[in-house]
Each structure stands twice: as structure tokens, then as C-alpha cells.
Write a protein of this length. Sequence first.
Lengths: 388, 277
Amino acid sequence: MLVSEAALEDVHEDVHKTQPWNNPDAVPYIRFENVTKKFGDFYAVDDVSLDVYRHELFALLGGSGCGKTTLLRMLAGFEEPTSGKIYIDGVDMAGVPAYERPTNMMFQSYALFPHMSVEQNVAFGLVQDGVSRSEIKQQVAEMLGLVQMTKFAKRKPHQLSGGQRQRVALARSLIKRPKVLLLDEPLGALDKKLREQTQFELVNIQEKVGTTFVMVTHDQEEAMTMASRIAVMNEGVINQTGTPFELYEYPNSRYTANFLGQVNLIEGVLVDDDEKYAVIKSDEAGCDIYIDHAVQGHQGMTFWVALRPERLRITKEEPKETKYNCLSGKVEEIGYLGGISTYHVRLASGKRIKVTEPNSTRQIEPRYTWEDTVWVSWEAGAASVLSK
Amino acid sequence: MSNKRSTFLLSALVFGFAFLYVPILLVIIYSFNEGKLVTVWAGFSTKWYVSLFSNDGMIDAAWNSLRIGVMSATLALALGTPAGLVMSRFGRFKGRTLFSGMIAAPLVMPEVITGLSLLLLFVTLEQMIGWPAGRGLSTITIAHTTFCAAYVAVVVQSRLSGMDISVEEAAMDLGAKPAKIFFVITLPMILPALVAGWLLSFTLSLDDLVIASFVAGPGSTTLPMKVFSSVRLGVSPEINALATLIILAVSVMIVIASAMILRSERMRSRASAGADA
């Protein structure tokens, strides 16, 4: 049965609402236009163009020194771009000082005012705006309620734990209802357990207040858990922008593939190229790799086949079909993590392949042991082919 | 073996402290001496304290010193604070090392040279513009301000460079303009350093003899100058009483200044330790 036109329209509208980046008519809320920032001769940010939409929780992801923090600080007004333009809600931010921008920032160190109580810290932004005392009192109480810090209103920052300070910093940066909230490594100073719990809390608060969040992080797990979209940065340039799903399943480069999750990269040469499939010959793998879609490139070109460890099958018996996508090697390392096990398999070429396997049934003894000869295989659809 | 070492360390400690403090202790003890001879104990008495307070010359000198101390410590604070601020916040610029070196130089400059150069300056100025007319309390105050400002600058700078700059950025981000940030955020955060700097300056000014002797004029005798000149005529037990009082005052101030510095250090380290937790 055919889907009616109207229903299709509805689906489209819905997609455009939840994924404005897929809607060609959507107006970006924050826009970077060819922004470059130089410190001396060093390009911290190099010709970056980026659109962020309203209500997004956008993450800038990258290693240290990749320019993500500089990008955030330019948005806040602490740094001026060397060239290029930044727009927030359609307004050019050139020359607008930090204290007049519609942004607020949550600092990595939280930067709470040590000589003020929690209450005074949170109220600071409103006091600067000359809001009436009764209004301030009410809004501060509301905000402390939102971050569950009402009990600690009279305390000084040094009397709080790390997690509590993080909440105060969040409340302080949200109280002016900024158009954009900037978060610099918001969970970086928390320990692992608290971090996981806080990730979801932060997302919930974002949904409640509806503010656009732009967050800087070096933690790919944090970015994937929280963000609607992620820009992967490297050496001042945005490598790839997309939803966590897109970045993980369809990386555009080895850098992105490596940065998000774990990946095996097998180098090979394109030997057969068709509209429906491609074959890559790899000395490293010791077998031919069959790809179930066309590859952009000519024969003889070098490609890297990206294989996620969890998409690989590991068996003791030789699979029936060994012509394509089948490696054999010896188990070199075993990591038993309970829920899953990871294996490092060394191929004849010396290449190590990482495989993870869920331990979905209870075994009497471990399935594989060191120096076992095993076979590693995968579905043709599991591999992505990268040219850079 | 560790026992042996600790015996050695213990005796080193005792000897070191004795070397430093036995003379001072003697002064304090002899200030309560009944007799007129400084080196012969003749029984306990507080009569030298009484006679000290009825010695007008001594009281005048103390009053001078006090006024000079308060004035120059306050001026040093006003000059040294901006200098410390510049050294820690101006970023890199050409000649930064030279600049901070020059600010710290008065700390190690021989006092004789400081005193002599200031005297030359004052005399030249008087000939050229007629000010300062003669030398007195004001010239001593200016002289003391110069080297005290260096101390304040160093104390303020070390406090500021230990301060997280993003605290000021946060204030700006929340809508405060730079001047307001200085008064509402920076100043309260460096207040302990300012108090310590003031107390230190006051103590240094109170203590100075050499520079003051160069730039003093008639009627502007400071306490150290008075003490020094009266000792040349023979040490009277009155001086011991005075010394005891000075030691008491200076110790109290040093203790307060150190406590202020220690408290701000502790607050800071606690703040950063909490952030790691």
C-alpha cells in the first residue's frame, strides 16, 4: 500500500523539526563563516565554517590543541577572530564585548567566585543587569531548585564537592537565559561515575530550558551520549560534522573513524570496481575484501577499510566461504570484561586485528585461549572504505 | 643511625634558634631590670617603661615613625598594587623581564645607595621647583614608599598569578565591565595579599634607619634614629624597654600578615583540591 502524500509531508515536517540540519530552509542560530584565529604564526582555528541550529546540543570534539576551545572562546567574546564572521541569531558579533553577548559560559574550572556564597554566585549575572531584588531572589531560588542545590544556598564554593560546584556553575550560567550556553569540558573535573550520571542530567536540563548548548569535549563517549550533532576537529580544522550515528557509521576519514570508538584499519588497493560492488586487495589482510557498494576512485588507488571490532565474527572453524572477507591468525591478547571479551588476533602479515564479542551465553571455560588459530570474518556491509 | 642524625639535627636547631633569639631575649629580660647598669641584674621592675613614656623626645620620635609608617604603607599599596597587576596580567611584552626585574630591584639595592640617590633627587628638586621645601616627614615618607611599593608589587603579583583567570572571565561573561570586575571580583580575592603587603610595608618603614637618616630634616627624627643617637651616649635601660615594645608590635604584625597569607593560600588550595575531587 502506498503511503499518502499528506502522511509523507507529516514525516518530513517532523524530521525538519528534530533535525533542522536536514532542512534546507532552516535558519542557523549560530553561524561561523570562514573563521580563522591566529596566535602569532600558529593557526589555532583555520577557515572554519559551521552552522548550529536552535535547541541543539552541539559538541566540538577533538584532542588537546585542536582549536575547539578557541572556537568556543570566540563565540563567548574572549577572543576575536583574525578573519571571518560569527553570527548569533542573525546578529554579527564582531566587536561585541563578552559582557554584551547573548551567551553565557560554564568554565572547565567552574570559576566560581570564591568570596561569594552559592546564592550570590548564581545571582551575579542578574545583579549586573540591574534586576530588582525580589525578582533576583525568586529566579535564584528557581534556578537552585532546577539544579537541586537549594539546601546549599548559603555555602561558600570551597565548602562544596566537585559535583555540587558543577551544578552551581551551571545554574550561574543559565540564570540570564542566554541564547546560547557554552560549556567548556563541563564534566572534565568529575570522576567517572559522577560524570555518567551528570551527562544525562545535563541533557535533561537542556531539554527543560530549551537553550542551545555548544559544548567542548575531548571525550568521545561524552559527546556521543549527549550531543545532537558533533563536529570532529583536528589541527584547527573541522574534520567532519554529523550526528553521533552518522559519524560512527559513516566516517569520512581515518581520523574520525579512529577518534569515535575503536576501529581496525586495513590498507589495500582497489582492484575491481563496479556500480554495485568493489574489491580491495590487501597484502596486510592476506585476502581480498569485498565491498557491497561502489567506491569513488580508480583502480590501483590506495584505500583503507574500516572495520569496527564488534562487527567482526571470530570462529575456531574455517568459514565455508573464504574467498572474501576472511582473515586468519593467532590469538595474541585476550581481555575478558565480563559482558564482552576483546581479542587481538595477529595475522600472518603481522597486522593486529581487534575483535570484540559479547559473552551472551554462559560458558564452562573461555572459548579461546592464547595462540589459538582463529578465523575472523564479516558481512560485506560492515566495512566502510576511506580514502584519507 | 636515624637516632644519631636526629640528635645532630636537634642540636643544630637549638643552636640556630639560640643564635637568632638569645640577644633579643636578653633585651627583653633587661628591660625589666631594676638597676641602671644594663649588664648587671638588680631585680625586677617596670620603672624604665614608666620613664620611657615620660620621655618627650622618645614619644615624639615614635609618633613620627608611626605617621610615616602609615602614610608610606598606604602610598606603597596604591603604587605597588597596579604594578603587581601589570606584571601578572599584561601578558607578554617586550622588556617584560627587565620591567619586573626593575620593580624588584629596590628590594636588593643597598640602602645607602637608595638613601643617597633620594637625597640628591630631593635637593635637585628643591633647587629647580622649590619642592620639597627642606627635608622632613614628607621626604622620609616618599623615600619609604619607593622601596615598600616594590614589596607590595611582589606580594600582589604572586597572589594574582596564583589566581584562576577564568574567574574574572566568568564575571565578564555574566555582564560585568572590566572596571567593575576589578572592584567586585579581583580586589576581594587579593585582599589578604593587600593587607599583608600593607603590614609588611609598615614594619619595614618603622624599622628603617639608613634611608631615613639621609633624607630626614630637623624635627623629623624617627624612632630608629632617636634610638641610634641615644645609644651612642650609652645604652640606657629605657632603650631596652622601648626595644621590647617594638619587638612586640612587629611580631604581632608579622603574625597577622603571615596568617592572612596562609589563610588565602589554604582557601585557594582547598578550592582547587575540591575541583579535582
